[in-house]
Design a protein around this ligand. Structure first.
Ligand code: 1CP
Length: 364
């Protein structure tokens, strides 16, 4: 009977799906390495402390993760940690030399060195400190933005384990691919097994999205990528998603970032990840065509554009958003922030994404 129902514009049922409203507000934005040395408060928190000690303190990781959110309206947080905690969990020693980056005092040299790695890695105890950091941060973030967990991909970790640190040619690690393909696959599968458990543990601890960093794709070509990187990236996405389902958890979006892997874009868009993150060497419009709407895209402003004036940053962002389009898009840089970047310009980047995306979305 319509006569007895006088609806008033109050006390509506709670909105269960606010995707639409959020999507017309603005394009989401975050930055790789947003918790980093470009922030004075980060440098102060880290001063005089060992890097991996910091990684092992859930309180410290939580604080470093939250710092950039206090300054800028980022739409996501990424847990403070490092990709090299995985080789450590497998039994390798890694030190962080200030100004030099990560160093392995005893890198893998020949296939027999694989015996030095633990055959069974108890991920839940070895990497427990990361899970604790994620859980604590999820509480302290108070639901403001989602928390992203991450890992290095097998090839990138393998290259560090053999090179013993950063490298421009990756020639020691690539020597393994050409000379010891079997031992290479053995190491890559061992890494993939640990990574699957590690990512699942992160989701159980509270991570709401996952990013897999294949930072060293650029030194591979299409053939080696197909053999030594892509199969493991695929395997990780499939196994993590299966295990999330088996555990009765909700699916979390997975992002793959294969830096300088433009040659593999079509394959990456069919590798089981919801999002493909791009570095700045790929043109957004061609990336849209090549990925055929199969995935969302993330990226890809050249981090060095942050050295420009705020006006120029705004123009660059506007063009980037127009090229990617507003659907299925997460604004980000094409790689991490550098320590000498001006926090004010990081703020200008975030603001430009919000301003221009509102304009683009309202035009429709
Ligand atoms: O003392 C310090 O603060 C050292 C600088 C630093 C920081 C802030 C390192 C050493 N790691 C990190 C944190 C870190 N590392 C995060 C934190 C979250 C965030 O992004 O805000 C993440 C996601 C990483 C991941 C990471 N570590 C990657 C993948 C991303 C990428 O840059 O391609 C890689 C390759 C590393 C190794 C690493 N750790 C640190 C350095 C300087 C490097 C690179 C060394 C090299 O190869 O030259």
């Amino acid at each position: 009977d319509t006569a007895v129902f006088h609806p008033s514009p109050k006390d509506f049922p709670e909105l269960k799906n606010d995707t639409f409203l959020r999507a017309i507000e603005h394009i989401p934005v975050w930055c790789m390495r947003q918790a980093g040395r470009y922030l004075p408060e980060f440098r102060e928190s880290r001063a005089g402390k060992d890097f991996f000690e910091t990684c092992r303190s859930p309180e410290a990781c939580c604080e470093l993760t939250l710092q950039p959110l206090r300054r800028f309206p980022f739409d996501a947080a990424i847990i403070f940690s490092d990709i090299l905690v995985v080789p450590q969990a497998m039994g390798m020693e890694v030190q962080m030399s200030p100004g030099k980056g990560p160093t392995f005092p005893e890198p893998l040299k020949e296939p027999e060195d694989l015996q030095r790695l633990k055959t069974k890695v108890d991920v839940s105890s070895e990497l427990d400190y990361v899970f604790k950091a994620i859980t604590l941060t999820r509480h302290r973030i108070e639901g403001k933005v989602p928390l992203i967990g991450f890992t290095g991909a097998p090839w990138t970790l393998m290259s560090y384990m053999i090179e013993g640190g950063g490298s421009t040619t990756h020639s020691k690690a690539k020597r393994w691919l050409y000379r010891y393909p079997e031992a290479s696959h053995k190491l890559l599968s061992q890494l993939a097994d640990v990574i699957v458990e590690y990512l699942l543990g992160q989701v159980k601890a509270g991570a709401q999205a996952l990013q897999v960093f294949e930072s060293h794709t650029g030194c591979l070509g299409p053939v080696e990528f197909e053999k030594f990187s892509l199969p493991y990236l695929r395997d990780i996405a499939r196994r993590v998603k299966d295990k999330i389902k088996e555990s009765g958890l909700d699916n979390v979006p997975m992002i793959v970032f294969a830096k300088d892997g433009h040659y593999g874009l079509e394959d990456l868009s069919e590798s089981g990840y919801e999002v493909v993150s791009l570095d700045w060497t790929t043109d957004p419009r061609s990336a849209r065509i090549r990925t055929g709407g199969k995935v969302s895209l993330q990226g890809n402003m050249d981090p060095c554009a942050l050295y420009a004036t705020k006006e120029r940053i705004s123009e660059i962002v506007k063009r980037m958003l127009e090229s990617f389009g507003t659907k299925g898009y997460i604004a980000n840089l094409g790689h991490g922030l550098y320590p000498d970047m001006d926090p004010e310009n990081v703020g200008a980047f975030v603001e430009a994404v919000h301003t221009h995306s509102r304009q683009l979305l309202n035009r429709k």
